[in-house]
Design a protein around this ligand. Structure first.
Ligand code: C6P
Length: 411
């Protein structure tokens, strides 16, 4: 993997921030985009802009073809059987909401039934299920974590053994705070043994790990384009074909219907029955270009590179006695940490981020939309987080460490 060549594809990496070359370590929030993705989006707008699935004219045919090809690319990227199993949404959040509302509308989940999530979930895979609990009496069970930040599989087994009518197990593949990569294959097996639907939040795994939905054997897999070099406002939901066919779409209107009379409606074929209204056509085409780019580099290469960066950064951070890192050793390239002061208090993560920003280094702070994880497991209000991607380097990590070492006099 030629990181120097890759970096040239990302013009933003040439930017200076406060006179220093940008070091972008906020990839878990959103990645940078290569020129090829921006070109694909602008080419649609400049050369064949038209609505899809609605007209016979050449531009509409071209736009339809490109948009459908993007579905095929995304399907291939995660080893789905066909594009019928790929619904484009706005993002992971919308994908999970689609599952929640469609299951409920189709009465696949009712009052008294159970849903299992975990304490390391992002709010996107927690708040929609809480809505089912608070409004419709569904029982929500939360799997705890081991001390090292891995999922407590025994607790999951206990819940599945003890509780009746568990209809859904919905778990994050890779944590956006701890970097933990969950054994989704094993979790899926346990869920299916109990007859539950298995939903995977893949927001932080699809950009960094080779995904094979057939091998995982999940029923749904949700992910976002913008975290994997694609445009914002586009994401996907993979769903097994037979389940998608059985469920009712929750968004209704144009393009998702087959026939409508004043009394009756039948739905379009998959996946379009779940894509109501005019889609984010340009975003979808850009998403396809992002997948092309990632495949050209190779997901295995990307994962290897990032794991190397993560373990390099962890070993350097461990040398700084006032830095506390959260999460297990084995992880994707996400590192949440705090700086401990001599008086036992935590130095404000925002202060660390603004000092790093003065050196051109972008990180994220706060609870990263995982407030229960911070409150009930880490027992801190917030953390600072550095997250890496394919264009990051050990030299950048060295500079980051140097700035953190400079905090010695502040703590
Ligand atoms: N996490 C972060 O900085 P959206 O916003 O819908 O594209 O993705 C939601 C989401 C769902 N699950 C996980 C594990 C995530 O990490 C995210 C997004 C960003 O960590 C923004 S809060």
């Amino acid at each position: 993997m030629n990181v120097d060549a890759i970096r040239k594809d990302f013009p933003e990496l040439e930017r200076s921030i406060h006179g220093e070359r940008l070091i972008y370590f906020d990839n878990a929030a959103t990645s940078l985009r290569p020129k090829s993705v921006v070109d694909a989006v602008s080419s649609f707008y400049l050369h064949y802009n038209a609505n899809i699935h609605r007209a016979i004219h050449t531009l509409s045919q071209e736009a339809t073809k490109a948009y459908e090809e993007a579905h095929q690319k995304v399907a291939r990227f995660i080893n789905a059987s066909s594009m019928e199993e790929i619904v484009f949404t706005r993002n992971t959040t919308e994908s999970i909401n689609l599952v929640v509302f469609s299951l409920f509308l189709s009465e696949k989940i009712r009052e008294g039934d159970g849903v299992v999530i975990s304490l390391m979930e992002h709010h996107s895979n927690m708040v929609p299920w809480q809505m089912l609990r608070d409004r419709f009496g569904i029982k929500l069970h939360v799997v705890g974590l081991n001390n090292d930040g891995t999922l407590n599989l025994n607790h999951l087994k206990e819940i599945l053994d003890k509780e009746e009518n568990i209809k859904v197990v919905a778990i994050v593949h890779a944590s956006n705070v701890l970097g933990t990569v969950n054994d989704v294959k094993e979790i899926g097996k346990l869920a299916h043994e109990k007859g539950a639907i298995f939903v995977v939040d893949g927001a932080q795994s699809a950009p960094h790990i080779k995904i094979d939905v057939k091998d995982i054997d999940c029923d749904f897999f949700a992910f976002s384009g913008h975290k994997m070099l694609g445009p914002t406002g586009i994401g996907a939901l993979y769903g097994k074909k037979d389940i998608l066919e059985e469920l009712e779409p929750f968004l209704r209107g144009g393009d998702m219907i087959w026939e409508v009379s004043l009394d009756k409606v039948t739905f379009n074929k998959l996946p379009w029955r779940y894509e109501a209204g005019t889609s984010n056509i340009a975003g979808g085409i850009g998403f396809g270009a992002a997948v092309d780019y990632l495949e050209k580099i190779g997901m295995q290469n990307i994962e290897r590179h990032e794991r190397e960066l993560a373990s390099y950064a962890l070993s350097k951070l461990n040398e700084i006695d006032y830095v506390r890192v959260y999460g297990p050793k084995e992880r994707i390239g996400v590192i949440a940490f705090n700086v401990m002061q001599k008086n036992g208090n935590i130095l404000s993560p925002e202060m660390i981020a603004s000092i790093l920003d003065r050196h051109g280094i972008a990180i994220r702070t706060g609870c990263h939309c995982a407030q229960p994880l911070h409150n009930d497991f880490l027992h801190v209000r917030g953390t600072a987080r550095a997250s890496f991607y394919l264009y990051n380097t050990k030299d950048e990590i060295d500079k980051f460490i140097e700035v953190l070492k400079g905090l010695k006099n502040v703590v």
